[in-house]
Design a protein around this ligand. Sequence first.
Ligand code: ADP
Ligand code: MG
Length: 722
Amino acid sequence: GYEPRTQAIYQITGRDPISVKPAETLESMWATDVFSLNKMQACLPKAVYKSLKSTIRSDAKLDPSVADIVAAAMKDWAMSKGALYYAHVFYPLTNATAEKHDGFISVQSDGTVISEFSGKTLIKGEPDGSSFPNGGIRSTFEARGYTAWDVTSPAYVMETDNGVTLCIPTVFVSWTGEALDKKIPLLRSIEAMDKSARKVLKQLGYSDVAPVSSSCGAEQEYFLVDATFANSRPDLLLTGRTLFGKTPAKGQQFDDHYFGAIPERVQVFMQEVERKMYRLGIPAKTRHNEVAPGQFELAPYFESADAAADHQQLTMTILRNTAKKHGFVCLLHEKPFAGINGSGKHVNWSVSNSTQGNLLDPGDEPHKNIQFLTFCAAVIRGVHKFGPLLRAVVATASNDHRLGANEAPPAIISVYLGTQLEDVFEQIQKGELSGCKPNGIMDFGVPTLPSFIKDSGDRNRTSPFAFTGNRFEFRAVGSNQSVAGPLIAMNTILADSLDWISNKLEAELSAGNELETAVCNVIKEIMDDHGAVVFGGDGYSAEWHKMAVEERGLLNLPTTADALPYLKDKSIEELFEKTGVLSPTELESRFEVYAEQYILSIEVEAKLVVDMAKTMIYPAAIKYVTDLSSAMVGFKELGLDFNLKIAKKAGELTNKIVDLSSSLESALEKENFDSTEDHMQYFAKTIRPLMDEIRECADALEGELADELWPLPKYQEMLFIK
Ligand code: ADP
Ligand code: MG
């Protein structure tokens, strides 16, 4: 009944205020929990440190004799921080972070214990691979999977449920050397992009060209809900989203002071998250409230893509763990609350090196900036040519609730450049590059305030892939996702485009064209063939959906079931093979794993819908209808007419829920499918609509039933009580 729900409200509103920890300086916190190069230099013999450093800088193989010494130093450092365990941390094909914990403890024959950590255990681990999806890779060859220390990513200590643990970032490979994780292809994609980018920069006339790396700054949106509420919502606990729940009448404009929201609790939480991030060397930079009540955002300062990907995973872990400590549950699901703004992860991405700087920086005169125009055109070509790939790498069951829902980017992948750049590229396409429109001046109309020059990429919130001043921002990424997949895709399509450009430039230049003419000719060809992907208008509008598909030939892939099969497309297979980022087997395994995850996560939800409908909602509804029926008898005895309207409506909805639940139950029994693709379509087109129908009835019932009978914490309670 209503007991847990009211008790939750009591408990939460009666909480003691949380004490704020005394301030610490940034310098005293920064990277203290990381076994950084500086720390290694301080504690390793000179020769060992030198050998390790050259391994890190040049991808050389690690000398085994060095590994033992490094391991011992690492263990001593970790134990001085209170660590008794170590773990190889890796990133399997799910969006999770995986780790297996082992103690440093070693029991001697005389019963005494010592601590032990050898070079061998540092370098190589053998997790129980069978519990991680591999899309058939391992079963075909050998069951074993290995983790191997990624020396480019420093070890660190983390406080977990096991106490303090030394965490060693690793890659996860099969016995036969196939990548079973998201990190190996990310490293390969950076390498591929670097190779092509340097080739092009040389052609553009630079003699001194440093390695090009890709950068990433990911903005993370999330919700906080009090744990007491979450604990009485099996849907939140098991699936991360509410499978039922009536949207409050005013939605996001809902009054913020329902029970007196106390953002202070949230602030204390954020502060602790940031301190943990700083100690791990993660540059937390901005934090703010988001559109929806109970929703927040956190963004770090950007870093190199591989470090950023590791740090982003860590950030999600820190958010979840710290929330628990503060009596919250941190929801990273893309759509925890229907009808309320969802959460995404905006992946800001660029490419740069130490000699030419940020290659996507247009500077003050973009029309004269050959290097910028070339790299930007390369991105445009890639996004057009491989739009379905970009859609597929953000395709998950949970992100489907968000994409195309008129608050998040549409499922059609297009590029936003901003008016100034759009104009420059149009001029090049017409063959009449004359100049560039000045950027608008932002005048606040107040003489005491300075006026600003608008960024070249101004703000179009409706685009999935927007140029934002000196980088692109991929906004269709889900809040729950690893950023590795999107980064792999972006680096790889850029590598491919730059290769293509390089070949074209070579032909142009050897035909005797001047460099500028050559570049303009190549860009013109790109715009002729791929300009259709550039769109500056309202991405939410119905006109765009029609125009994009009918006139521009772009694909609208609304669900994961529609998008994922493109991973098997010949052009995408070739792209990954040619660039050396993923072999056909590795790519195929990714399709299988992601498809399986899509099906599984909807299956879990659907079973829970049936369960909750039958065991929580139906009993409450029956109780209400029974109460009304006895009221009817009472009315009769008093000689009064009883208005049957409410009782009838509640009764009808209750019956409908019973019918629909058994339909869904039998629909879930279907087992034989012609292909994985059919299986996914079945879940998208049959299972999900049935779940929605049940929800519609349940949410309608929530609006009919006596408040005290409703068994689940309601939206306004979860969103506003803190
Ligand atoms: P907004 O909310 O306006 O999009 P934020 O400041 O919240 O902007 O986030 C912008 C993100 O983009 C930050 O993480 C920032 O570090 C990152 N960023 C800035 N420049 C680059 C770059 N060259 N490459 C990658 N990320 C960048
Ligand atoms: Mg942003």
